[in-house]
Design a protein around this ligand. Structure first.
Ligand SMILES: *[C@@H]1O[C@H](CO)[C@@H](O)[C@H](O)[C@H]1NC(C)=O
Ligand SMILES: *[C@@H]1O[C@H](CO)[C@@H](O)[C@H](O)[C@H]1NC(C)=O
Ligand SMILES: *[C@@H]1O[C@H](CO)[C@@H](O)[C@H](O)[C@H]1NC(C)=O
Ligand SMILES: *[C@@H]1O[C@H](CO)[C@@H](O)[C@H](O)[C@H]1NC(C)=O
Ligand SMILES: *[C@@H]1O[C@H](CO)[C@@H](O)[C@H](O)[C@H]1NC(C)=O
Ligand SMILES: *[C@@H]1O[C@H](CO)[C@@H](O)[C@H](O)[C@H]1NC(C)=O
Ligand SMILES: *[C@@H]1O[C@H](CO)[C@@H](O)[C@H](O)[C@H]1NC(C)=O
Ligand SMILES: *[C@@H]1O[C@H](CO)[C@@H](O)[C@H](O)[C@H]1NC(C)=O
Ligand SMILES: *[C@@H]1O[C@H](CO)[C@@H](O)[C@H](O)[C@H]1NC(C)=O
Ligand SMILES: *[C@@H]1O[C@H](CO)[C@@H](O)[C@H](O)[C@H]1NC(C)=O
Ligand SMILES: *[C@@H]1O[C@H](CO)[C@@H](O)[C@H](O)[C@H]1NC(C)=O
Ligand SMILES: *[C@@H]1O[C@H](CO)[C@@H](O)[C@H](O)[C@H]1NC(C)=O
Length: 394
């Protein structure tokens, strides 16, 4: 790769821009900062890292400029990068500062051949990529490789109102099969809905392709953050933040070792009002083989929320071996205020821990699963992983 060197003077100019916070990163800094301020304690720390990360990285160069030599912002690539194309893998490189072939993620996706059987790894350097990204059905086998979910993010700010419906509001929308994302965040930075707002749902990513895997990824938004739409999906060691129905859709998915963080408004002690839900699973009939399984996860953050509500009558969700704080309401779940759904929804809990996991006052339809019943949901066999799921390093 050719690395473009820039002079120290230019670098200082860039640093000055960075010093004024996220201004270069987001065309609407005011909105973005407002969003940051509203985040829960854990998430503000995590998002805050986006800013110092870039800033420190740049400052490092300023502090230790190679004496006399021009300082480059393009020095940080791994050696021999990108690797040459093989008969199984093509690597494309994206860097928002123009240090390699592509400056936007979408422009890299656009050059991927239709129906390629080869895996295309789109390597995305640190930074927030403020763009809407669509992977059409004709482009299976794409990997997004970021530099850590607190370092690389794709962000946009469509809402149900601005995008002609929640389903099209996703900052990233994946319609292709065999998508993989590693160590990257997906964000929707639209204004956080206030109570009573209509059409303010804002999806960070929609996953509508089969056999997708997410490793060490972040999902940031408020209402409807993660649209786990359809197909079999795997999430490992991910950070998922939202308020209402923040993991929703009709996917068949296993979430392992993930942090689920509610950013619903804090409620007064003793208040009975509910202001959020982790899941809204959309299984509509007994014929559908979909469901969400959460294993070895943690649920925390702010507000007073349900683990799930029955968006469709056959909604199916299991929480197993998961710790929950007292933000979970004692009844735990909600049938969408439609008691006819109590007969058909499948809401199970198994060996969970923490103040929120006390099942004494759970809604009557909630099932305390026994070992046999739980087995089905506890590992990647739930999503037929043997047939398609590869390890993180492959
Ligand atoms: C990327 O850039 C290198 C030169 O820097 C070039 O050889 C290569 O063909 C480019 N690849 C793509 C996919 O544009
Ligand atoms: C998204 O941000 C842009 C740029 O700041 C702004 O013009 C637009 O109105 C925002 N869209 C929504 C739906 O908030
Ligand atoms: C890819 O190339 C290797 C040798 O470089 C060869 O052994 C292998 O069969 C090839 N695979 C395909 C799918 O063509
Ligand atoms: C993929 O197919 C679409 C039409 O279906 C076409 O517009 C596009 O140029 C194709 N992309 C590539 C990289 O061949
Ligand atoms: C590419 O995608 C096709 C269709 O989804 C799938 O059958 C194939 O196994 C994938 N290949 C790789 C290398 O992931
Ligand atoms: C990348 O993701 C893996 C798998 O979740 C995780 O173990 C690793 O710490 C992550 N690395 C970075 C740099 O975020
Ligand atoms: C908006 O959505 C409606 C119904 O989903 C559809 O009929 C219409 O064509 C869409 N309009 C645009 C501009 O996409
Ligand atoms: C459960 O998750 C924790 C981190 O949250 C991890 O350290 C531990 O290895 C996981 N246990 C299993 C059995 O995967
Ligand atoms: C769940 O709890 C039961 C009862 O304490 C225990 O026998 C079982 O081994 C636990 N299952 C797992 C997978 O930890
Ligand atoms: C669970 O909740 C019930 C009633 O809400 C309470 O009596 C019981 O002490 C709680 N158990 C634990 C272990 O906190
Ligand atoms: C587990 O629950 C199922 C369904 O209620 C029941 O048929 C089965 O006998 C139970 N198994 C054990 C080991 O208790
Ligand atoms: C998942 O658990 C089942 C039942 O314990 C077991 O038969 C299966 O081999 C496990 N699959 C994996 C991938 O570990």
């Amino acid at each position: 790769m050719t690395s473009k060197s820039i002079s120290f003077t230019v670098l200082v100019a860039i640093l000055a821009t960075f010093a004024s916070k996220v201004l270069v990163i987001n065309p609407n800094p005011e909105l973005f900062l407002k969003y940051l301020v509203h985040l829960g304690p854990t998430s503000s720390i995590i998002i805050a890292k986006f800013i110092p990360f870039n800033f420190d990285d740049f400052r490092r160069h300023r502090k230790h400029p190679d004496k006399g030599k021009p300082v480059s912002i393009c020095d940080d690539f791994p050696p021999n990068f990108p690797p040459p194309e093989t008969n199984t893998t093509l690597t494309l490189c994206v860097d928002r500062n123009g240090c390699c072939n592509f400056t936007t993620v979408q422009s890299a996706v656009d050059t991927v051949a239709n129906f390629s059987m080869k895996r295309t790894v789109i390597w995305i350097n640190s930074g927030i990529y403020y763009e809407k990204v669509i992977i059409p059905k004709t482009k299976p086998n794409i990997t997004f490789q970021g530099q850590g979910y607190t370092s690389t993010a794709i962000a946009w700010n469509d809402t149900a109102n601005s995008a002609n419906g929640t389903f099209y509001s996703g900052s990233v929308q994946v319609f292709a099969a065999n998508f993989i994302a590693k160590n990257i965040s997906f964000m929707n930075v639209a204004p956080i809905p206030r109570p009573g707002d209509v059409g303010a749902q804002a999806v960070a990513i929609r996953i509508a392709g089969d056999q997708a895997a997410f490793w060490g990824c972040g999902f940031f938004g408020a209402q409807d953050t993660l649209h786990d739409d359809r197909g079999r999906h795997y999430f490992k060691d991910c950070y998922i933040q939202g308020s209402i129905d923040f993991i929703f859709g009709n996917g068949k998915s296993l979430y392992e070792g993930c942090q689920l963080i509610s950013m619903a408004s804090p409620v007064a002690p003793g208040s009975k009002g509910i202001n959020g839900a982790v899941t809204a699973h959309g299984r509509a009939s007994a014929d559908e083989n979909s469901g969400f399984a959460f294993v070895n996860c943690s649920v925390g953050g702010t507000g007073r929320i349900w683990l799930g509500r029955a968006w469709r009558p056959f909604s199916r969700v299991v929480f197993a071996l998961t710790s929950m704080t007292d933000i979970i309401a004692p009844e735990g779940w909600n049938d969408f205020n439609d008691p006819t759904r109590d007969q058909t929804i499948f809401y199970g809990e198994y060996n969970c821990t923490g103040d929120g996991a006390n099942i004494t006052s759970r809604a009557p339809y909630v099932q305390k699963l026994n070992d046999t019943q739980a087995t089905l949901f506890l590992n990647t066999t739930f999503i037929d992983g043997d047939a398609w799921l590869q390890s993180f390093n492959s």
